[in-house]
Design a binder for this molecule. Structure first.
Ligand SMILES: [Zn+2]
Length: 208
């Protein structure tokens, strides 16, 4: 069985969504393209956005990762502008948005009124309350390696509706099958069912 990796940075993984760095040429597998808050070049924002727009081709599954990060040095207002512009690109090309968010969940929620496509918070590792608030605003959550050992996160996963989550390796080095296995235990469903559910969820966000 093959296990879809929703967000990763490794060229050797063929089954999943490879996050293309800004300026990089995408390969022939599925990818996402966006400006990570830490990669915003304040003197060349328009060029960067144009590059994102021009890198969108048939294999582009989503815009991202993009979003808000309170720990990077880029001014928050600039981060919000660049995030909004990427939401607008996603609206225009009708593709989902993969979101990077560090301690800015309620600001990210405020952008839902601008977005016409599915929004997925990647690398979610926060508490139940934040998960509930995000779900109430129609976000999807993608979970990574932390699920293997973080009990509070396992609790979040147990409670999340099955049609609202994805699984990813991001830049961690481990086999995604381990994560699928863990989720099958946590949710009390078979590995095949986890796999089918993820594929169904992909289908849903792809079609808006
Ligand atoms: Zn990432």
């Amino acid at each position: 069985m093959e296990f879809f990796d929703f967000h990763h940075h490794k060229k050797n993984i063929r089954y999943g969504i490879y996050n293309v760095n800004i300026g990089e040429i995408p390969s022939d597998s599925l990818y996402s393209i966006g400006i990570h808050p830490k990669d915003i070049d304040v003197n060349h924002i328009e060029e960067q956005l144009k590059l994102v727009r021009n890198t969108v081709s048939q294999n582009c599954f989503a815009i991202g990762e993009c979003g808000l990060d309170s720990l990077v040095m880029i001014n928050q207002k600039i981060q919000e502008d660049v995030f909004l512009k990427q939401i607008q690109i996603a609206n225009e090309i009708k593709k989902p948005i993969i979101i990077h968010c560090v301690r800015k969940f309620y600001e990210v929620i405020s952008f839902t009124k601008k977005a016409e496509q599915a929004m997925i918070i990647h690398g979610f590792n926060k508490k139940q309350k934040i998960a509930e608030d995000l779900l109430a605003h129609n976000f999807y959550l993608s979970f990574g390696k932390a699920v293997l050992y973080n009990l509070s996160l396992q609790h979040v996963l147990r409670n999340i509706p099955s049609d609202k989550f994805f699984l990813e390796t991001d830049n961690e080095d481990f086999d995604i099958e381990e994560l699928y296995q863990k989720v099958s235990e946590i949710k009390g469903i078979s590995l095949e069912q986890v796999n089918e559910q993820i594929l169904e969820n992909l289908h849903t966000i792809k079609n808006g």
